[in-house]
Design a protein around this ligand. Structure first.
Ligand code: NAP
Length: 494
């Protein structure tokens, strides 16, 4: 900045910018100490919450707890429906959202439980155990292979497997919204959190003197300021803080913006990782002065860039992990080319919302049922060869018959679903190949670990939409699983 002809560069704004975006986080701490504010828990906004929560019913069970673990690992926001909070905390820990409810009591399936749900995974089951009793950890029941004479303990299969599942389906149907569109930023109803998420990021970080800000009014965001080309600068932008977990927009075609500009060409950036100055995926769009426009940006048309240089061999954007969004007005297009619709000086871009659009229909209710549900009473069935639940269906209160009725209530609900019917569940480590079947004829076993993975994978497979299938493990270990191919064997229910 020694050149006297250069405009006055502002060190204060430079530091403000970097500390807002936590590039130099210690400055935030110092500021908080001086101002006596507690640590800002909002500093890293939550991208999972913005695209909904996965509700897991039966989260304290052998399968349910593994589903919760895998969802968390994959960055989903999880809520657990449990009957006993103490038991749930001891199994699931403290860093998971737990709501006490009982699927046999519809009044407990309320807004507190259901708010903002994106999908449900139901792993509930009536309690079955050996007549001779089990250990405190249910080891005899859980091992799944050695046969013990079983009995139902507690509530009846009719109440849990049918009426309970039906209650959960009906409650979820009221709260699940069509999944093919997802509001990401709704400036027409701005929340306090939204106001804390967007901040200015101008060419001051490169030595320039442009300045901008974002004002979130009652019903829109206004990105405005002044772009100066002094000091080799020439851009102004507003960017979100990094979301943690990032946004998962898997299955959507792209993002759509509703904007009113001033006739200039703006850019939007989506960033896959949380690094400050890393790879961005950019798209330029023209505005028409004083006219509201809907701009659709397919993920496949985003250009990978580092600053304003295109990155030739970068992969396509992974829409399942988007850490931040940025809007920019720049003198430059890409690789040194000039923005043809740019005038230095004042500018203004109004935004009503940003959403993900044209999502595939993905399952929103994954029900874990059981192989054998259609076999009791089936003509020609050889009971001697059938698993205990089929042989003993009557003695076990019609467990499979009621499970089938529970399935029927989901199939009739109109909610996009997947019904998984596993063979005998074991506590083995898993990692075996999957064998899928339809028609309810297979016998075998499968690890709860593998069924948990299947439940989580089904959420992201459009081929899992409205299918019912049985599953068991194969002989071989599976090194890599092509989930799309696996699910593509399945026929949707009629
Ligand atoms: N075991 C097998 O070999 C086998 C074979 C095929 C299919 N399946 C099916 O696979 C699924 C998972 O089995 P699993 O053995 O892992 O289950 P599990 O360990 O017995 O867990 C059952 C879960 O359901 C919950 N639950 C029961 N009644 C409830 C109610 N009224 N409201 C809310 N939650 C309730 C239990 O909560 P609490 O902790 O409060 O009791 C528990 O979390 C079940 O659908 C089962 O039928 C099992």
């Amino acid at each position: 900045m020694s050149d006297k002809n250069r405009s006055q560069w502002d060190l204060g704004r430079f530091i403000e910018t970097l500390s807002y975006f936590e590039v130099i986080p210690f400055l935030n701490c110092i500021k908080q100490l001086i101002q006596g504010r507690p640590q800002d828990k909002q500093a890293r906004p939550d991208g999972g919450k913005n695209v909904g929560v996965i509700l897991v019913a039966g989260a304290t069970g052998g399968l349910g707890k593994r589903v919760v673990g895998r969802l968390k690992q994959r960055g989903y926001q999880v809520r657990c429906l449990v009957r006993d909070i103490e038991k749930a905390r001891s199994i699931l820990g403290n860093d998971v959202d737990i709501v006490v409810a009982d699927i046999t009591k519809p009044e407990t399936l309320n807004a507190l439980l259901m708010a903002n749900i994106q999908a449900v995974i139901c792993c509930t089951a009536v309690r079955v155990q050996p007549v001779e009793g089990d250990t405190a950890n249910r080891e005899k029941y859980y091992q799944g292979i050695k046969f013990y004479q079983p009995e139902i303990v507690g509530d009846t299969p009719e109440n849990v497997e049918y009426q309970g599942v039906k209650n959960l389906v009906e409650a979820a149907a009221k709260y699940l919204t069509a999944a093919n569109e997802k509001l990401i930023f709704d400036f027409t109803h701005p929340s306090a959190e939204l106001k804390n998420v967007w901040g200015a990021l101008d060419d001051v970080v490169m030595g320039g003197v442009s300045s901008s800000n974002v004002q979130i009014t009652e019903n829109k965001a206004v990105f405005a300021g002044n772009v100066s080309t002094a000091n080799s600068g020439g851009f102004a932008s507003v960017r979100t803080k990094n979301f943690d977990p990032p946004f998962n927009l898997f299955g959507y075609t792209g993002v759509e913006l509703r904007v009113k500009g001033d006739g200039q060409r703006y850019k939007i950036f989506l960033r896959p990782d949380a690094t400050w100055d890393g790879l961005g995926y950019s798209y330029s769009f023209d505005t028409v002065a004083d006219t509201w426009l809907n701009i659709r940006i397919p993920f496949t048309e985003l250009t990978p860039v580092f600053r304003a240089k295109t990155v030739k061999d970068a992969p396509l954007l992974d829409a399942s992990r988007i850490s931040s969004f940025q809007l920019m007005l720049s003198k430059f297009e890409y690789d040194g080319a000039l923005n043809p619709n740019f005038t230095p000086g004042g500018f203004s871009l109004q935004v009503e919302w940003i959403k993900a659009y044209d999502g595939k229909t993905l399952p929103q209710f994954i029900l874990v049922s059981s192989a054998g549900v259609t076999r009791p009473g089936r003509p020609g069935i050889n009971l001697a060869e059938e698993p205990p639940a089929v042989r003993l269906n009557d003695q076990l209160g019609g467990i499979l018959t009621w499970k089938l009725k529970g399935e029927d209530s989901l199939r009739a609900s109109g909610i996009p679903y997947t019904i998984i019917r596993p063979c005998a569940l074991t506590e083995e480590a898993g990692g075996q190949e999957f064998i899928f079947e339809q028609g309810d004829n297979i016998r075998g076993k499968i690890s709860r670990e593998d069924v948990a993975e299947l439940c989580v994978q089904a959420l992201e497979q459009s081929q899992a939409y409205n299918v019912t299938f049985e599953v068991k493990q194969g002989e071989n270990q599976a090194s890599v699983i092509n989930w799309q191919q696996l699910f593509s064997q399945l026929q949707p229910d009629k």
